[in-house]
Design a protein around this ligand. Structure first.
Ligand code: RP5
Length: 159
């Protein structure tokens, strides 16, 4: 059983989904990726969510991005919405962020499948000490990379 279910509104969202599944794989967390649209296949969305044992859902959609909200309407488990970029961009962001009272969706930035996966891991890390330690190590690695970048830039850019 996948611990994280990644649902895309369309096959055209696949590159954003791959960012999420890559991070989850890196941390050894099982995930499943499926396509189901809030507008084109609303019944399939409800069936998938109702039949899933996933601990966290990641819902990825662009344009009038109703999918994360539709997933959240069908479960009390956490739902992370990822807006997908397009001609307008604010459309998908606002569709995901502006959920009505009572049915929350956590939102990450435009096309940020990677951050959606990290947030899912942080949620899993609440009960999984090993996961929490690995996330701390990931932060330390990032901080070390910034220091290395600073040293490199300092050498290249001398006043
Ligand atoms: C949304 O419409 C999907 O999530 C996708 O981002 C966008 C365009 O879908 P396609 O027309 O490419 O299938 O529902």
């Amino acid at each position: 059983m996948p611990r994280v279910l990644i649902i895309l509104g369309s096959k055209s969202d696949a590159t954003v989904a791959k960012k999420a599944s890559d991070v989850l794989r890196e941390f050894g967390v099982s995930s499943q990726t499926v396509v189901a649209s809030a507008h084109r296949t609303p019944g399939r969305v409800r069936e998938l969510v109702a039949g899933s044992d996933a601990e966290v859902f990641i819902a990825i959609a662009g344009l009038s991005a109703a999918l994360p909200g539709a997933v959240a309407a069908a479960t009390v488990r956490p739902v992370i919405g990822v807006p997908v970029s397009g001609k307008v961009n604010l459309d998908s962001i606002l569709s995901i962020v502006q959920m009505p009272s009572g049915v929350p969706v956590a939102a990450v930035g435009l096309d940020r499948g990677d951050n959606a996966a990290l947030l899912a891991l942080q949620i899993l890390g609440l009960k999984d000490k090993d996961m929490a330690s690995r996330l701390k190590k990931h932060r330390q690695d990032m901080a070390a990379a910034v220091e290395r970048d600073s040293e490199e830039v300092g050498k290249d850019v001398q006043c």
